[in-house]
Design a protein around this ligand. Structure first.
Ligand SMILES: C[S@@+](CC[C@H](N)C(=O)[O-])C[C@H]1O[C@@H](n2cnc3c(N)ncnc32)[C@H](O)[C@@H]1O
Length: 250
């Protein structure tokens, strides 16, 4: 088979944060597949077909990409950030596992990108400098009880935490419950970073203690970072610098 599939991360938004590997692979592609706003970030050119689809059809989109590659096309499946973080890489492998046996002979590569939590952490300082975890707060693909269990255990283990998909119009209540649970588990002073649209012209960074964190501070373009008990906020001029030291006491 001469076709291939590359599952590529476009980074958090800025062109400068797209890796050279992803740029080169897009230049060699015949087809780009992905969610509408991510495909819109790829420059159109002769010889390239853009296939933009709705967010709810991930596995259909993955099957379409594999089928086109089996027909000899050079296909890039695009995600924002990193494609392995709450994104298309796992969906492609789900489709591969359930799909035609000859799809497994295809050249399939995952091209990493800068995920939102790392772009946000870099803007804020180094809040993820010690152990941390990442949790997707959407209950579209898992039960809410599992989200709460993971939150409770992450707080008990004193991880810094990164929350993707914190709040949407369809799910306005969940994030308020998350903040309530965290206040009960972590106390009031824990630094919380609301990082919205990082690396785009709409970027906004807000750092508040947990007691001042409000559900409305997050939307679907926000990644939320919560410090561990060791995380500190330094003032440098008018800029808060948030960091978690490299070592934890005995
Ligand atoms: C479906 S997840 C995709 C994550 C993506 N694969 C990544 O690695 O960043 C979408 C969530 O990522 C976060 N996100 C993506 N881009 C962002 C950005 N530029 N600034 C802040 N958060 C972002 C938000 O929490 C958003 O709800």
């Amino acid at each position: 088979m001469t076709g291939w599939v590359a599952i590529a991360g476009l980074g958090p938004g800025a062109e400068a944060l797209v890796t050279p590997e992803v740029t080169a692979t897009l230049a060699d592609a015949t087809d780009v597949v992905g969610y509408i706003p991510y495909v819109a970030r790829v420059a159109d050119r002769p010889g390239l077909t853009l296939h933009a689809s709705d967010n709810r059809v991930e596995v259909d989109r993955a099957r379409h990409a594999l089928q086109m590659a089996a027909e000899g096309r050079r296909v890039v499946v695009v995600s924002s950030g990193d494609p392995g973080v709450f994104a298309m890489a796992a969906a492609v492998f789900e489709a591969l596992e359930a799909g035609a046996p000859d799809w497994r002979d295809l050249d399939i590569r995952v091209l990493p990108g800068i995920t939102a939590m790392l772009a946000a952490a870099a803007r804020a300082g180094a809040p993820l400098g010690h152990d941390f975890c990442a949790i997707n707060l959407s209950d579209n693909l898992k039960p809410w009880a599992l989200i709460e269990k993971r939150l409770r255990l992450a707080a008990e283990a004193d991880f810094a935490m990164a929350f993707y998909n914190p709040r949407s119009k369809a799910r306005p209540e969940g994030f308020a419950r998350v903040l309530k649970l965290l206040r009960a588990a972590c106390g009031d002073d824990r630094p919380v970073i609301f990082a919205r649209a990082v690396s785009t012209p709409e970027e906004k960074l807000t750092v508040v203690p947990l007691t001042e964190a409000r559900p409305e501070m997050a939307d679907m373009r926000t990644v939320v970072l919560v410090g561990s008990s060791l995380t500190r906020v330094l003032r440098a001029g008018d800029r808060p610098l948030v960091y978690t030291p490299r070592s934890a006491p005995e």
